[in-house]
Design a protein around this ligand. Structure first.
Ligand code: DGL
Length: 271
């Protein structure tokens, strides 16, 4: 067992999207070191089969385990939907996904029981949110829709202006008519487009992303298992790895993370 209060928190996603979760983790856990892996050579995950996404996820986890992580945060809904049981079975450290925290946050927010879920084709097709929401409250009405173009827009950093706005109108117009009062951003890339999404669905629809709720779940887990880094320990470090050239990742990522990403090292996961 590699678990100890001194190891970093490992986080992975297919690209920049998981930084939305990392940001919340850094805010909730300022003393923790982190290691982030963006599998930018293989993004997008959302249009691939569950089997392939599981294979990629296990590779990502293996890489992060070699960096001595004490917990793995799967900061990707597609990977959480496809690979959580496989990761839990394979890893010697606890694993936290984003779907259960996101679904719980949505149930806490909805007033009328109409919950919309937007995500990648893989996440929507898996039915993971639909199941999790129904398990939490069987009366809830769920309307789910895949929005695959949001991921490349976020990866490009193209998050404002006509193109993302028209794309959001095309995908989300129907939610406004369907009695949905809460919309789950069921892909960690989507909070980068929160501005245009909010503009299309209007002020009466609450937007829920799983970043906050996931960070709270990680705090609870580390506390319960006695794995929190000591507040008076060495200053935390934050390392970033990508599987393709790092330029766009560091640029878009820093803008979103609200802190600079001085370097992201390109690594070859040897598939
Ligand atoms: N950010 C990921 C998610 O939450 C995956 C996006 C993708 O690679 O398609 O689903």
């Amino acid at each position: 067992m590699r678990q100890s209060g001194h190891g970093p928190i490992g986080v992975f996603d297919s690209g920049v999207g998981g930084l939305t979760v990392l940001k919340a983790l850094m805010e909730h856990l300022p003393h923790e070191s982190t290691v982030y892996l963006g599998d930018t050579a293989r993004v997008p995950y959302g249009t691939k089969s569950g089997e392939v996404v599981t294979r990629y996820s296990l590779k990502n986890a293996e890489f992060l385990l070699e960096r001595g992580i004490k917990v793995l945060v799967v900061a990707c809904n597609t990977a959480s939907a496809a690979a959580l049981p496989a990761l839990e079975a394979a890893l010697p450290v606890p694993v936290v996904g984003v779907i259960q925290p996101g679904a719980r946050a949505a149930l806490a927010r909805t007033r009328g029981g109409g919950v919309g879920v937007i995500g990648t084709p893989g996440t929507v097709r898996s039915g993971a949110y639909q199941r999790e929401l129904a398990a939490g409250d069987p009366r809830v009405r769920v309307k789910a829709r895949a929005c695959p173009l949001f991921v490349p827009l976020a990866e490009e950093g193209w998050t404002t202006g006509d193109v993302p706005l028209l794309t959001a109108r095309e995908y989300l117009g129907e939610f406004a008519r369907d009695g949905v009062d809460t919309l789950v951003l069921g892909c960690t890339h989507y909070p980068l487009l929160k501005g245009v999404i909010a503009e299309v669905v209007g002020p009466d629809v609450a937007l829920v992303d799983s970043a906050e709720a996931t960070a709270e779940a990680v705090v609870a887990l580390l506390t319960r298992q006695g794995l929190l880094a000591p507040a008076n320990g060495p200053a935390p470090s934050h390392a970033y790895y990508v599987t393709d050239v790092p330029e766009r990742f560091t640029e878009v990522g820093a803008r979103f993370l609200g802190r600079s990403i001085p370097t992201a090292e390109q690594v070859d996961l040897k598939f």
